[in-house]
Design a protein around this ligand. Structure first.
Ligand SMILES: Cc1cc2nc3c(=O)[nH]c(=O)nc-3n(C[C@H](O)[C@H](O)[C@H](O)COP(=O)(O)O)c2cc1C
Length: 196
């Protein structure tokens, strides 16, 4: 059994909606235990991270970076950084914003650098954009063409569950790919069993 956590913050529900689909994708892989965790809860108890072998990080893009709440969670892991207890674990990132670009790449880079500082191994989003195969743009997997992590776009003031079908499909594939990668790559976590 492999254990992974989908860790997210969501101010208005959009990132939470995508996180749910990422979780479902991860859970579709046999022998995978995937949990949904709020960044603000982990800020109070960062040692809970130690029980997982992989992390999928999710934040809305606020002013071209992760949200303040998500950054507070990142900063709360300082003690784990000093002891490098997360070293060698797998990580990936996703973000939601309202504009087609909206500087989402910058948000993914913040997550990537955070994970590199912890010595983690980064998993991308290896999905070819399906519009190149003739699938209509809104229905196409990885329609936004992001390989460094998952990007999703909800229109300005749109309902929290109002995403193009393609983004929902991509979120599930992204979660599934991460769980499959976790099974392929042998991650040994000395502390994982103590928290099981
Ligand atoms: C403070 C703030 C800053 C934002 N900055 C950006 C931005 O830089 N680029 C963008 O495309 N959208 C931006 N947005 C829009 C959000 O990314 C978008 O509404 C997203 O769906 C919010 O996700 P959430 O519902 O999970 O909080 C911003 C929204 C807020 C509230």
């Amino acid at each position: 059994m492999k254990k992974l956590a989908v860790i997210y913050h969501s101010g208005h529900g959009h990132t939470q909606h995508i996180a749910g689909h990422v979780l479902e994708g991860a859970r579709s892989v046999p022998d995978t235990e995937a949990r949904l965790l709020k960044a603000e809860d982990l800020t109070r108890a960062p040692d809970e991270l130690l029980q997982y072998e992989g992390y999928i990080l999710g934040s809305p893009t606020y002013l071209g970076s992760v949200s303040g709440t998500f950054k507070t969670f990142m900063d709360a892991t300082g003690r784990l950084w000093r002891s490098q207890q997360l070293k060698g674990r797998l990580a990936a990132g996703f973000t939601v914003s309202s504009l087609p670009s909206g500087d989402k790449q910058s948000t993914l880079m913040s997550m990537f650098v955070f994970c590199m500082q912890h010595g983690m191994l980064w998993v991308g989003n290896p999905i070819l954009p399906e519009q190149h195969l003739g699938v209509p743009y809104d229905e196409a997997a990885n329609r936004l063409g992001s390989w460094s992590g998952l990007m999703a776009q909800a229109g300005h003031s749109a309902a929290a569950d109002s995403f193009p079908i393609g983004d929902i499909k991509t979120a599930r594939m992204f979660g599934q790919n991460f769980a499959q990668t976790l099974h392929r790559v042998s991650v040994t976590c000395e502390n994982a069993e103590a928290f099981a």
